[in-house]
Structure formats: C-alpha cells, structure tokens
Design a protein around this ligand. Structure first.
Ligand SMILES: CC(=O)N[C@H]1[C@@H](OP(=O)(O)OP(=O)(O)OC[C@H]2O[C@@H](n3ccc(=O)[nH]c3=O)[C@H](O)[C@@H]2O)O[C@H](CO)[C@@H](O)[C@@H]1O
Ligand SMILES: C=C(OP(=O)(O)O)C(=O)O
Length: 419
C-alpha cells in the first residue's frame, strides 16, 4: 500500500494553488443527471473521488469526456441504467448523490446503502424521508435503496438535523418536481450554495440560496450549462494549518477567504498573522510556536468538522491546552491514537479531546484511517523530529490533489513511497 514519508522540522514558505472543492464537484457532477443537454464543468480537482464519480456515471450510460485542463464534459441523455452498485458506493459515500437526480429525471433509482464509515454511522434516513414526502415510493431491500416515482411533487420538508448531502439530494430532486418545494433547516455550506448556483445555470428556480430555507419551483426540464467549481476551503485550511504548525509563511492562491471565517479566526487566535486578497490568503507565523485553541465543530458557518483533525494536530505542538469538541460525527477521533504514537499528549473524554501541547513530536510509522485523519497525520509529520511514514495514504487521495507535490513546493521534505 502506498505510503508517504516525511522528514519533519522545516518551516513552510511560499505559495500554493488551491484546487476545486471535492464537496462541490461531486454533487455538481451528479447534477449533470438532471440536464437535458451537455454540461461542462471547470476547476475540477484531480481526486480519486472524482474518478469514482465518473466511473459511477459512466456505468449508468452517461457520456463523459475530460480534457487536459481537467474540464469535464458530461451528457446524461443516453443514461440507461439507474443503479449505483455497492462496489462503488463503498469506496465513496457521496455516491448517494445520484439518488435524488435519478428519481427526479428518470423516475427510478437503485442505490446501495452507504453504511457506516470510520467517522460514524452516517445514516441516510433524511434523504429517504424527503423523497417520500415528495411522493416517491422508497423501499430498502438487500442493502439497496429502491425508489420510484412517476413525477415527484413539491413538498414542505423540515429537516430534523442539518445534513449537507441530504439537502443536496432533495434540492436536486426538487428542481424537476411538479410545484414548489420548501426545504427548512437546509445546510448552508458553501458547497450546497455552489451546487444551487450550478442548478440555476441549468435553468432551475431557487430562492434562499445560502440560507437555511430553500424554495424551489420545479421545472419541466433543465438545460445543459457551463460551470466552474468553487475553491476547496478545507484544502486551503489544511495548508494554512501546515504553515501555522511549522512556524512558516504561506500564501494560498485561487481560493476564497469569505468561506473560511471560522477557521481564520481560530488561526489568528493561535497567533498567526493573516492577510486576505481578492483570491488569496496569506498566513505568517513569523517563526513562532502556535498557541493552543479551543474549537467546537458544527454546521456552516461554524467551525467545520472537516478541519477538526488538523486543529487537533496543531494543538499537539502548541503552547498550552486546547479542547477540541466534535459535535457532528460520533467517532471522529481515530487520528488521536496515531498522534499519540508521535508523542502527543491527548485525552479523549466523550466528544472532546483535551490536548496538552508538547515541545516536540518524534517521527514514527503511523496509519491513516480516513481522509482528514490522514491530513492531520501528514501535518504532524511535518513538525515531528526525524522520519514519519504514514501508511494507507489512499484515504488522502480521495480529497487532496497532489498533496506531497504541493507541500514539497513549500519546502517540505516529503515523498510518496511505492506500495
Ligand atoms: C461529500 C460531502 O459533502 N461530504 C461532507 C458532508 O457529508 P454528509 O453529507 O454525509 O454529512 P451530513 O451533513 O449528512 O452529516 C451530518 C450529521 O447528520 C447525520 N445524518 C445525516 C443524514 C441523514 O439522513 N441522517 C443523519 O442522521 C450524520 O450521521 C451526521 O452525524 O458533510 C459533512 C459535514 O459537514 C462533511 O464532513 C463531509 O465532508
Ligand atoms: C468526511 C469527508 O468526506 P466524505 O463525506 O466524502 O466521506 C471529508 O471530506 O472530510
């Protein structure tokens, strides 16, 4: 299995180009299923999850092409299979995002139940309930969600809790339903907003974009469109934390500061100097050790769960004691045991990790368990004395484009070891 080897201790310096957002490109690709015409998507990140989504759509009969600038052309008119098989869903939970578009456009869908994963049980009951409220017949048999509808009808859906892909699935389904759908307590993540803007570019009528109340006027059909995916705020945040932990200075380019408020506030609290430009964020740590910070995860615009592991790593080498509370997923502390192998002082009490910063971590072989856990281990490796080897690095390729090349470009001593 491929590993990443890091020799820690170098302050990161320089500029890094941020890629398109994983959590926006995946729903936008599946939204292509709704369009009765060709769709062209730009700023697509080179990620394993994008490849999996293309494989999934390809096997449903969607025409796909990708050029050397990572622009994807997609035409869903030839779609002739309406199944998302277990083999692909188990690789990528976001495969569930074909459910809403398939029922809305083709009146049928069969999607393998995603099941739990390393970070929690992650049920999809709210996706199913929402589609039922819109008139779909849904059953779960042999591990598959089977949904049918002649034509979905608009409904008022009050989400029990804030779910990102749940909101996205129902939003997409509602664009082709008969009548008006209202989604209350909708997720407000920037990636949901990006999907909504892409749907509007296809001709969908959506009010309340970026708020917790989405009102969708269903259309008879949607057109093709061209759309560029927004920059990845989690990739951006990960590089900024890397700069802060190593006492360095990094400029993240082709990104957006306005969707990172909660993260930037915490980095400033940790002692970083931050300046933002039109499409850039500079973080300068001026050679200092970070101060410990308390963070508590919650849906946007609060502090994102997808940055929790990285801030846990930052606190490991900070001055003082930091408390990290995870409220979104019940089991998102798998990185803690691996960080402890590097010498971190962390105690987990229920949903909170209490981290006492140490002067130095020391390199060791460690194992990645999920995407952001892997990122946090790489960050820890950048500051650990000696050599760290992170195993099962395939997790990181789901969500970070060329992470070792980007970090090398900032001066890190990091390389991928063949499996
Ligand atoms: C591809 C994608 O965009 N992934 C993101 C998305 O995941 P995802 O959309 O899967 O996460 P959700 O927002 O749905 O999950 C939030 C919470 O709601 C629960 N829940 C969700 C749906 C449901 O039907 N029932 C239910 O109980 C989940 O178990 C979890 O505890 O949002 C998460 C929370 O910001 C991020 O960490 C993921 O990176
Ligand atoms: C949890 C994540 O992704 P996914 O929902 O695709 O598993 C993530 O991006 O950190």
């Amino acid at each position: 299995m491929t590993k990443i080897q890091i020799s820690g201790g170098i302050p990161l310096e320089g500029e890094v180009q941020i890629s398109g957002a994983k959590n926006a490109v995946l729903p936008i690709l599946t939204a292509g299923l709704l369009a009765d015409g060709p769709v062209e998507i730009g700023n697509v990140p080179h990620l394993h999850d994008v490849t999996t989504t293309m494989e999934l759509l390809g096997q449903m009969g969607v025409d796909l092409a990708i050029d050397d600038r990572m622009r994807i052309q997609l035409d869903s008119r030839p779609t002739n299979r309406f199944v998302a098989p277990y083999a692909l869903v188990k690789q990528m939970r976001a495969s569930i995002l074909v459910l809403g578009p398939m029922v809305a456009r083709f009146g049928q869908a069969e999607v393998s139940l995603p099941g739990g994963c390393a970070i929690g049980s992650r049920p999809v009951d709210l996706h199913i309930k929402g589609l039922q409220a819109m008139g779909a017949q849904v059953s779960v048999e042999n591990g598959y969600i089977r949904a049918r509808a002649d034509r979905l009808r608009g409904a008022r859906i009050v989400m029990d809790l804030v779910t990102v892909t749940g909101t996205e699935n129902l939003l997409m389904a509602a664009t082709l339903a008969r009548g008006t759908t209202v989604i209350e307590n909708a997720a407000q993540e920037p990636e949901v907003e990006d999907l909504a803007h892409c749907l509007v570019a296809m001709g969908a009528k959506i009010d309340g974009i970026g708020t917790s109340r989405l009102v969708i006027e269903g259309a008879e059909r949607l057109d093709g469109c061209r759309y560029d995916v927004l920059p990845d705020r989690i990739e951006t945040g990960t590089f900024l934390v890397a700069a802060a932990m190593t006492g360095g200075r990094v400029v993240a380019r082709r990104t957006r500061a306005d969707v990172l408020d909660a993260v930037l506030v915490k980095l400033e609290e940790a002692g970083a100097h931050i300046s933002t430009g039109n499409d850039s964020i500079e973080l300068d740590m001026r050679g200092r050790r970070p101060r410990a910070v308390d963070v508590s995860t919650a849906p946007y615009p609060a502090f994102p769960t997808d940055m929790q592991a990285q801030f846990t790593a930052l606190n490991c080498v900070a001055e003082g004691v930091g408390m990290v509370t995870e409220t979104v997923f019940e089991n998102r502390f798998m990185h803690v045991q691996e960080l402890q192998r590097l010498g971190a002082d962390i105690r987990v009490d229920g949903r909170t990790a209490i981290i006492r910063g140490v002067e130095r971590l020391t390199g060791a072989p460690i194992m990645a368990t999920d995407l952001r856990a892997s990122a946090s281990l790489v960050l820890a490796g950048l500051v650990a004395q000696g050599e760290t080897v992170v195993d099962r690095i395939y997790h990181i390729d789901r969500g970070y484009e060329n992470i070792e090349e980007k970090l090398s470009g900032l001066g890190a001593r990091i390389r991928r070891l063949p499996g």
